[in-house]
Write a protein that binds this ligand. Structure first.
Ligand code: FDA
Length: 307
């Protein structure tokens, strides 16, 4: 198994420990600020304005996932609708990401579908794009089904995510092609078993390039979402060689990660978006960011000691 991936599994496993969670929640708020724009929409919008000054657009993400009641799901939907309304009044590109488990997918697929319909109706008024993030592997089928139903209902301003660590993703992309979906390609952020996911970085990276290139060859509006310098460089080289215009795709990175690279790509004329999470439910998001990079664990240890 790849060392980086065993580190990731380790961090994602200890993040489930109640004492670790409690410690980070009580003392790690400062730490969350490296990756999270703030608790409130107002704080997030200030971050968006700062990014816009650097020609980087934002993808706003109200943190929250795996809700356990319909009331919570409806509460998140109301907040997301409020977010879209707030964006509608602003001059910059409008783009949000949502997770279907935030909208009750684990309770009922129909509930998540109908709450998404409400979000997409509002988004249509506000000329806002809505990306459906992809979660862990047991939820992929349901997420793709909800996406397909939304497309059948005529909602075109929404898109899907494919994870290159999942062995199934190439087949999923092929099956989706007739819909001409807007796709975001990522490596994948969850702890997944070897039965469903590649554990070797080389295989994950190879499938990443395969998926991104296949999406672009088929003319799909494609978001290349990675911080990996080798993958970014290869996609820059390959798109230039194929004569694919810079309008045909975009680079997406996470707020707080490789800011220099975000600015560099924007200065070179690429569309660059930063994924900007905000809200109080930051613990699962932060755990995944720490799991992605060993250096981030040192950062956690320092923050917890300093309080
Ligand atoms: P990789 O992990 O190999 O990192 C390459 C380099 O990037 C590292 O060496 C380091 O320099 C830098 N880097 C990466 N992560 C870092 C971090 N946390 N802190 C500091 N430096 C870091 N996943 C998912 O399962 N479903 C989803 O819907 C999404 N959505 C999404 C949107 C956007 C815009 C992005 C950028 C990413 C996602 N992801 C995601 C997360 C994705 O699956 C993946 O976990 C991270 O992007 C990290 O993988 P990289 O491709 O960056 O490569």
């Amino acid at each position: 198994m790849d060392l980086n991936l065993s580190y990731r599994s380790f961090v994602l496993a200890i993040a489930q420990n109640p004492s670790v969670k409690n410690l980070v929640l009580t003392r790690g708020k400062g730490l969350s600020r490296r990756f999270v724009a703030g608790d409130t929409l107002e704080e997030a919008l200030k971050v968006v304005e700062g990014l816009e000054r650097e020609r980087i657009h934002a993808i706003l993400d109200l943190l929250g996932e795996m809700v356990t009641s319909e009331e919570m799901a409806r509460g998140f939907q109301a907040e997301i609708v409020g977010l879209i309304r707030a964006l509608g009044a602003r001059p910059y590109p409008r783009y949000v990401s949502v997770k279907l488990t935030q909208l009750g997918l684990d309770l009922s697929e129909d509930l998540a579908f109908s709450l998404m319909q409400g979000i997409l109706q509002e988004a249509r008024q506000a000329d806002c794009f809505v990306r459906i993030d992809m979660e862990d592997s047991p939820r992929v089928d349901a997420t793709l089904r909800v996406y397909r139903r939304l497309r059948e209902e005529g909602y075109t301003h929404t898109g899907i995510v494919l994870q290159s660590y999942l062995k199934r993703s190439e087949k999923d992309l092929e099956a989706l092609l007739p819909l001409k979906p807007a796709v975001r390609i990522v490596k994948g952020a969850y702890k997944e078993p070897p039965e469903v996911a590649f554990q070797d970085k080389r295989l994950i990276d190879a499938q990443y390039l395969l998926l991104a290139k296949k999406a672009l060859e088929n003319g799909l509006p494609t978001a290349i979402a990675t911080h990996d310098p080798h993958l970014i460089a290869e996609m820059q080289r390959w798109t230039a060689e194929k004569g694919i215009s810079k309008e045909g795709f975009e680079f997406q990175l996470l707020y707080g990660v490789r800011r220099d690279e975000q600015r560099r790509l924007a200065a070179e004329g690429y569309t660059v978006r930063a994924y900007v999470p905000y809200g109080t439910d930051w613990y699962p998001y932060l755990s995944r960011r720490i799991a992605e990079r060993p250096e981030n664990l040192l950062f956690v240890a320092r923050s917890l000691v300093q309080g």
